[in-house]
Design a protein around this ligand. Structure first.
Ligand SMILES: NC(=O)c1ccc[n+]([C@@H]2O[C@H](COP(=O)([O-])OP(=O)(O)OC[C@H]3O[C@@H](n4cnc5c(N)ncnc54)[C@H](O)[C@@H]3O)[C@@H](O)[C@H]2O)c1
Length: 260
């Protein structure tokens, strides 16, 4: 059983994680939320507005809230040596560097997408980019619900960064309205659609002169993302320190399956 402090407990993902906890052999022991969003009716665990108020034991902190929450999560994780699963997106360079610094002493799991399918898509995109090379223009389209705050999605950036690693020097283009000129070979275009209650869709297009290859992923519910975060919590609970991602989790699960 993994005991978890859940940051962003009243949000869409927070509620999905709470609902999926028992089935993943996890228990939410406390929550953190913005004061104005703490539900009035008491649930199975207490929700507070500042993590320092939490005194119950926890194995892991899982964060699905807002990038600025690291201001309170990092000192708490460091002081109490509690591993941190960061599923929130939209962090700036400075916040990411503080998370890396924390990982020198405390385990940090950071993934801008907790689904296994997206992590497979990541590998397929790297393979496609290395086979197709520079003659194919890469364009990424991501679609999310109308309540999402950050754009482009963390996942779209993760896909673009993975392709950049294979293609070499690449320029991410988020807006084509300010400069009227031809597309450059090294561009990776990233477009964001926001509407309705779309959970998360990502399309990566490799556009050649005679064909277009599209790799895509569509999330049909939040349960798969919640399950992934809870798996990450169980995975990181046993680690001593370091920065981890879905790659290490999947590598470890594959190794375990092969050993069996
Ligand atoms: N890694 C993934 O697979 C994945 C999947 C879905 C969403 N996300 C990310 O997770 C985050 C939350 O997504 P959501 O759809 O649940 O959003 P949401 O807006 O429904 O929920 C966020 C919750 O966090 C709370 N919150 C905001 N600032 C806070 C703070 N400083 N401390 C504590 N709580 C705070 C909000 O009040 C809200 O209840 C976003 O950054 C989103 O992009 C990541």
């Amino acid at each position: 059983m993994t005991e978890i402090i859940l940051c962003g407990a009243a949000g869409r993902m927070g509620r999905a994680v709470t609902a999926a906890a028992a089935a993943n052999n996890c228990k939410i022991v406390a929550g953190v939320e913005r004061a104005e969003c703490i539900p009035s009716s008491a649930g199975d665990f207490n929700i507070v507005s500042n993590i320092v108020e939490i005194t119950v034991h926890a194995d892991v902190i899982v964060d699905f809230s807002h990038h600025s929450a690291v201001d309170q999560l990092i000192p708490y994780a460091k002081k109490n040596h509690i591993p941190l699963v960061i599923a929130t997106t939209g962090h700036n360079e400075e916040e990411l560097s503080r998370l890396h610094k924390l990982s020198a002493t405390v385990p940090v799991f950071y993934s801008r997408n907790m689904s296994l399918g997206i992590n497979l898509l990541l590998n397929l995109c790297k393979k496609a980019a290395s086979i197709l090379g520079e003659d194919y223009d890469v364009e990424i389209i991501e679609k999310h619900h109308n309540k999402k705050l950050d754009a482009p999605s963390g996942t779209a950036l993760m896909l673009a960064e993975a392709i950049k690693k294979v293609r070499g020097e690449s320029e991410f283009i988020f807006d084509r309205t300010t400069e009227h000129r031809l597309r450059r070979k090294n561009e990776i275009g990233i477009q964001s659609v926001r509407g309705g209650n779309i959970i998360g869709e990502h399309e990566v297009m490799f556009c050649g002169n005679n064909e277009v290859i599209t790799l895509s992923h569509s999330a049909s519910n939040r349960e798969l993302l919640a399950d992934g975060a809870l798996r990450a919590a169980a995975f990181i609970k046993t680690k001593k320190k370091g920065m981890y991602s879905m790659k290490e989790l999947l590598d470890e699960s594959t190794a375990a399956t092969v050993t069996l």
